[in-house]
Design a protein around this ligand. Structure first.
Ligand SMILES: Nc1ncnc2c1ncn2[C@@H]1O[C@H](COP(=O)(O)OP(=O)(O)OP(=O)(O)O)[C@@H](O)[C@H]1O
Ligand SMILES: [Mg+2]
Length: 602
């Protein structure tokens, strides 16, 4: 046995250096802490000066409240903070900082100077770690923190720093996240002498535009919804604007950028049936929640939070986002949306979203709904068009001018012809649209199948002989805890021993699959987020296959009535603007787009 050493208290500096190890990983982490302090101090403009990507120098200059000279030394002391003073205050904290640790940690692994002046002070005061007293300095009201030579005294850390350009990239990423959360604060960023960013204060939309670019805003759908104690705002990309990588996903909980499994999972489920598995949505989302319903003190760098009721958060986010994706469907994808559009729902949002429950067979056929406007169209031919020319100009088709496209409730307009057996041409209120007949119908059928199934309880199939599967103690416990919610989704699972589970009944629709894998997947979902989205996803895959077989195939001649019926159904269908594989189902050109093609009015 090795010789035992006696227990000694560690010296202060070493304690701070150890603590810094958790929070200060690289220049970007220093920057995050300093900018968060400036935000907490009520700054309106924050200037950031970096040298060598922050490795040599990071300076953060704010115009916030400043620190009085007698508190400067405390600011650099561990566990000294002005932000909370009791446990209840920690539980309802709204500031970015609360541990009173950041400056002490940074000062332990760099050369740090803090210069600060409050509104009442005649001049500023500056303090460096080894100084006994602050000394008088020049400077405007606010705080200037200067950090040089990061990790020079901690070679082990220093070795992990990457090239200057990489560190600079991390710094800019950190600043983008902070700037998105605080659009009313201006940020100016310099690397060396070069100004690299200048984000003026403005609206959230302007900030998103500045940071993520115009194309994100153009392809984005606004989110603004709340329920009880939760509120979700921001923007998500249309499924047709998905990305190959998860590189544009910003999630903020009470203004703090976090990674969160519950919310990621909710978003994945919201996009599950409009995106191919490997495509990623882009989003900037802000979740606001009563501070005492979320624990922000779970990760050293505060990158994670814990919700008291993660099931409720999951459900709210998933519902809100799927609803917006669905509503976004038939609103024409205009150029940059105006601020008004953030608040007023797209024209289609008010349209009825109820689905009539039609027996399975007739749902696959197209019949014109009975509306008052029906009278206004002449009867369409009942026989298929004989010659290709007829397909273009059907003999009995109404004169285009007769077509009632004034009806603003019909964003997809009136069908006027079928093109090459594949597309429907329609005259809309503002121009013309082309609709991919098969893809659109597939979507309509799929959504109908889904709703019908959602309305009913899921049919269950009881197994003649229960399947006993080996399980972990955690899985056995989950089975017991979630028996009721499992039954709701068609499962009957029960503990069959300390390390085994009996599968007694399963959803009939999924009876053919690998039961053990399915049960395990569902239990894992329950453990992760408290609800099972897996089941919905699996069922939806099956429905998608069914819908594809049920939808009209290309080259089937449709009557005008059938075409119009499809358009009306699309308008009523959630997510009708893309097929089940995320491809668009229709495109629209406005009159001025067409005029441009013909150089009219130029
Ligand atoms: N830019 C600033 N303007 C005004 N006061 C500041 C500024 N930076 C730091 N302070 C003061 O110094 C204190 C210590 O800052 P520090 O970042 O170490 O801790 P904190 O922000 O309270 O908590 P955390 O460790 O979670 O960041 C703060 O509580 C605040 O009173
Ligand atoms: Mg802080």
């Amino acid at each position: 046995m090795p010789d035992r050493k006696s227990i000694c208290a560690l010296p202060d500096l070493l304690i701070s250096q150890i603590a810094a190890g958790e929070v200060i990983e690289r220049p970007a982490s220093v920057l995050k802490e300093l900018v968060e302090n400036a935000i907490d101090a009520g700054a309106q403009t924050i200037e950031i000066r970096l040298e060598a990507g922050g490795i040599r120098r990071i300076a953060v200059i704010d115009d916030g409240s400043g620190i009085p000279p007698n508190e400067l030394a405390l600011a650099l002391t561990r566990h000294a903070t002005s932000k909370i003073s009791s446990l209840p205050e920690l539980e309802s904290v709204v500031s970015m900082g609360f541990r009173g640790e950041a400056l002490a940690s940074i000062a332990a692994v760099s050369k740090l100077t803090i210069t600060s002046r409050t509104a009442l002070a005649p001049h500023a005061w500056a303090l460096t770690r080894h100084m006994a007293e602050p000394e008088a300095a020049s400077g405007a009201v606010g705080t200037w923190v200067e950090v040089r030579d990061l990790f020079d005294d901690v070679p082990a850390r220093r070795k992990f720093l990457r090239a200057e350009a990489t560190e600079l990239g991390h710094c800019v990423g950190t600043l983008e996240r902070l700037a998105l959360a605080f659009p009313d604060i201006g940020f100016r960023v310099f690397n060396g002498e070069r100004a690299i960013k200048n984000w003026l204060p403005g609206s959230l939309l302007q900030r998103i535009d500045q940071i993520l670019g115009e194309s994100f805003v153009q392809d984005g759908l606004f989110i603004e919804d709340h329920t009880g104690l939760l509120r979700l705002t921001g923007m998500v990309s249309r499924p047709t604007a998905s990305r190959p990588r998860a590189d544009r996903q910003f999630l903020f909980v009470n203004g703090r950028h976090v990674r969160d499994r519950t919310i990621s999972h909710a978003l994945r489920s919201a996009y599950a049936d409009v995106l191919h598995g490997d495509r990623q949505p882009a989003f900037v989302l802000f979740l606001e929640i009563e501070p005492n319903l979320v624990d922000v003190n779970v990760h050293p760098a505060k990158h994670e939070v814990r919700f008291r009721d993660s099931g409720a958060v999951h459900q709210f986010v998933q519902r809100t986002v799927s609803h917006v994706i669905a509503q976004g469907s038939v609103a024409f994808n205009d150029a940059t949306p105006s601020q008004d559009q953030i608040l007023t729902p797209a024209p289609f949002a008010q349209a009825e979203l109820t689905h009539t429950s039609i027996p399975f067979q007739s749902r696959l056929t197209l019949s014109e709904p009975r509306t008052g406007d029906l009278k206004r169209i002449s009867p369409a031919p009942t026989t298929p068009y004989a010659s290709p020319l007829n397909a273009w100009i059907p003999a009995h088709a109404p004169l285009i001018n007769d077509v009632n496209t004034e009806q603003p409730d019909w964003p997809l307009g009136r069908a006027v012809a079928q093109i090459h057996g594949v597309y429907i041409l329609s005259q809309t209120h503002q121009g013309l649209a082309l609709i991919d007949m098969h893809a659109a119908h597939e979507r309509v059928v799929y959504e109908q199948l889904k709703t019908t199934l959602e309305d009913q309880t899921i049919p269950t199939q009881t197994l003649l002989v229960p399947v006993i599967m080996p399980a972990s103690e955690t899985e056995v416990a989950l089975t017991q805890e979630h028996q009721a919610s499992l039954e709701k989704i068609g499962f009957e699972l029960s503990p069959a021993g300390p390390q085994s589970i009996a599968i007694r009944a399963i959803p009939a629709l999924l009876a053919k699959g690998d039961l053990e894998a399915l049960a395990r997947g569902v239990l894992k979902d329950l453990a992760d987020v408290g609800v099972s989205a897996l089941l919905t996803e699996q069922r939806n895959t099956l429905l998608a296959t069914m819908a594809c077989h049920g939808a009209v195939r290309a080259n089937r001649q449709l009557t005008l009535e059938e075409m119009n019926a499809l358009l009306r159904q699309m308008e009523k269908t959630e997510r009708a603007d893309q097929c089940n594989h995320g491809r668009p189902t229709w495109v629209h050109w406005k009159m001025n787009d067409l005029d441009k093609l013909f150089l009219r009015g130029q």
